[in-house]
Design a binder for this molecule. Sequence first.
Ligand code: SF4
Length: 286
Amino acid sequence: MGIHDPYRIPRPAVISFSGGRTSGYMLEHIVAAYGGTLPDDIAVVFANTGLEHPATLDFVDTCSKAWGVDIAWVEYDWDAPHRTRIVDHRGASRGGEPYAALIDRKGFAPSVGIRFCTGFLKRDRIESHARYRLGLRRWHSVVGLRADERSRVLRMRARDCGSRTGARAVLPLADAGVDERDVLAWWKRQPFDLGIPSYAGNCVLCFLKGRAKLLRLIREDPSRADWWIEQERRVSNRTNAQGRACESMKRFRLGETYEELRAAAFNQADLFDDAVADTEACYCTD
Ligand code: SF4
């Protein structure tokens, strides 16, 4: 591994565990680099939106048990101290409750243009855990971005995390030159796995995913669209500050509601639009 082992991360550190194969790979390698036990000043946090695939939640739990790592499960909750509720595998939301509560609070749907979900549901929750639960003022924020995710790595490095939050980004996989093939090959050799294709990771019907992926995911289980359709209905009367209808605040995706998307999933013309070309789940961590 050369002079410096990228998995001997600087401390104190807070590892963002997304519940995907990539961050699982990273976590196991960090644990191994510390001889099988994480030092007390390295924490691991999983931020649950309530819309993750059930297999993702099981995977987080399995990783925690298999590698003997404490993983703090956090959720957005306006009424909890610092808006952050601590849950566990059994008590974790599975019906999008934290996410729906956030949309209630904001009064409109996030979208590619105003993507407030990642910040409120994940980044801020992990940060508030670090700051208030762990009492850290400065820490290293460890994120599982791979070497092949070049633009995301550059964006993350360019952002001056330190000045705003006290957290400095550390990207061990990018430092180690690990790409997606390495991650998938490694998981093939493990006694357990995530159990779902990568495109079903994060919020299952995340609006950042390509249309073909969304159609495929809806075809696999049409009820997955229910929550998204319901949210778009709830904000359907949304107007801007001048009282005018504001289309972009009523829907997650430009030009097509989730209701229309679900209809398209079963439309003959779209049935063959099923190529899941890129394997990246979505860029939620950015
Ligand atoms: S996975 Fe997508 S929908 Fe879920 S929080 Fe991230 S960006 Fe938002």
